[in-house]
Design a protein. Structure first.
Length: 387
């Protein structure tokens, strides 16, 4: 077993925690000062920066910035930054990550950074014939969507393929063109929307229709992340706990009322990581829940089973549209600092870590549910807060 380098991290005084993180992530004196300032009267997000981020700014709103150590993903050590107001989330993720270490931690993967841009066309006289024409002129469509002078295309990204669907509503038929766009290390919303608007006039001329909606889809099912981990049965609490976790996961898969809460627990950790790194947690949430319903009914995003040793095997798969460049990841200094602490080198790597965090969070919640109950840990931490 690879030793956890941050064992007992929570017991350290705050100043020592900051010192350890600074050494691990190679933080500069300025970055250490920024961390300290967020705990004092001088926030890292200045009024000037905030005013550039959104409209009608009158102040900033702070949330706790915590760190969840013990994550070993694809053989690499991570300290996961998390921004969240809910007690127990950070500690639960860290503990579950520690439980995964005896079997090598998490194995994670992520597909290429392909986002979907949608152009919905109405008033197309013959949608089937128009769809065939769009396919025939596929390369012309992609060229029309291309933005040659953009940094994305210069780095090898941009439109790479397309799909065409005929969508029937109650009263109308729409032709839907999906642009598949390589967005590189960005989340990609602005890049996708720009190219949808750019290609729409060409599609109107090609199909004889009128483009109505030109925007990305947050169901980013061409940009999936997966993670897998094995949790030792004895560390979990024995065979009965393993069986109980598997049963709880099956209930979530069968019952959408339970499934929604089950998946919310997964997103507790992923959203907190998204917030910390300046990513759009709302987009990731929307994509995850839509993906959970891809079969036509709402299901769990995780699967649990036993291996031949009787240990618990956990797996997760969900869309993950994350970036490490552009947007708030660059504007908000705390987001940039979080990414430095995390030490990820690509959006793909960030997605892999996020999937591992989601799986860890889910395992921790299920284990609590089937043993002491979810409230015991919550209420201990709430009492600590109230003191």
């Amino acid at each position: 077993m690879r030793a956890a380098p941050f064992a007992g991290f929570y017991r350290l005084p705050r100043a020592k925690r900051i010192q350890r993180v600074a050494e691990f992530a190679g933080l500069t004196k300025t970055e250490v000062a920024l961390l300290k300032e967020t705990l004092e009267d001088n926030p890292g997000l200045t009024a000037v920066t905030a005013d550039h981020m959104i409209e009608n700014v009158v102040g900033t709103f702070s949330l706790p910035f915590g760190l969840s150590p013990n994550f070993l993903v694809n053989g690499k050590e991570y300290i996961v930054p998390m921004v969240i107001e809910e007690p127990s989330v950070v500690a639960a993720a860290s503990h579950a990550a520690k439980l995964a270490r005896p079997d090598g931690g998490f194995t994670a993967n992520a597909s290429g950074p392909i986002m979907i841009g949608q152009i919905h066309l109405e008033k197309v006289k013959d949608p089937i014939e128009a769809a065939e024409e769009v396919f025939r002129r596929r390369m012309d469509v992609l060229r029309a969507a291309h933005v040659p002078d953009s940094s994305l295309e210069r780095k090898g990204g941009g439109p790479v393929d397309l799909e065409v669907r005929v969508l029937r509503s109650q009263k109308q038929i729409f032709l839907v063109v999906h642009l598949l766009i390589d967005v590189g290390d960005a989340m990609g919303a602005n890049a996708v929307n720009t190219r949808c608007e750019r290609v729409a006039p060409y599609l109107e001329r090609l199909t004889g229709g009128k483009s109505r909606l030109k925007i990305l889809s947050n169901l980013a099912d061409r940009r999936l992340a997966t993670a897998r981990a094995v949790f030792d049965k004895d560390e979990l609490g024995g065979k009965k706990v393993v069986e109980a976790v598997i049963t709880a996961a099956r209930i979530a898969d069968a019952d959408p009322y339970r499934g929604a809460t089950h998946n919310k627990g997964i997103m507790n950790g992923i959203d907190a990581l998204c917030l910390a790194t300046g990513n759009d947690w709302r987009a990731v949430e929307a994509g995850a829940h839509a993906y959970a319903a891809k079969s036509g009914r709402y299901e769990s995003l995780t699967r649990f089973s036993k291996n031949s040793k009787g240990d618990l095997v956990g797996e997760i798969e969900l869309p993950m549209s994350l970036g490490i460049v552009g947007g708030a990841t660059q504007v908000n200094p705390m987001a940039a600092l979080a990414l430095k602490i995390l030490r990820v080198e690509s959006a793909k790597e960030l997605s892999q870590v996020a999937a591992a965090v989601g799986l860890a969070q889910n395992l921790a919640a299920l284990r609590a549910l089937v043993t002491e109950g979810i409230q015991a840990g919550h209420m201990r931490l709430h009492r600590r807060i109230e003191r």
